[in-house]
Design a protein around this ligand. Sequence first.
Ligand code: IMP
Length: 202
Amino acid sequence: MPRTLTEPKLLVASHNKGKVREIAALVEPFGKAVVSAGELELAEPVEPGMTFIEISEVKALAGAKAAGLPALADDSGLSIHALDGEPGVYSARWGGPKKDFTRAMGKVHEALEEWGIPDTERQAHFTCALSLAWPDGHCETFEGKVYGQITWPARGDKGFGYDPIFIADGYDITFGEMEPADKHAISHRARAFAQLVEACLQ
Ligand code: IMP
């Protein structure tokens, strides 16, 4: 049985303001108040581990312990099947220190060309692992995925990160061209959130 979140306040274990906003919007309708890692001046944990799940659990557990509050953290990224899952857990790092995703998308395109991957074999998926941890070390984790194809050139300016080169299965426009509400209805993050709500926030 998953543990229900009964506490009225929780930490969002992230220094990324966009993520804090997104997660706060999810839990506030359930009467939960949110404080961020930045507000509590918590250190950013290094990202050890090899999988999205391991990394989100480390972030949530470190946050819960440091804040003495239940803590939510996520880890996400793009895995390209023909590139053995790259950039995967290194998705943010492919943008370099300036988080330049035009450059990261260019690197994806170059790698696919270098490896000689034809357009018909450019399947990929986004993953989001979402962990809710308590200060006593208990942790619940959920994973959402959305499958699709890499396209080139990049199209659309509505999203972020790798959105302009990703077309979800069943669509013919990129995530970068989709209205945010439409993307949020099918995204990896929405799918992980939905499982968390079902298990821990009812
Ligand atoms: P992290 O979860 O903070 O390690 O960063 C994940 C990285 O994966 C982001 O910086 C983006 O580059 C990429 N990413 C994750 N989710 C999405 C998405 O929904 N669209 C586009 N890129 C994403």
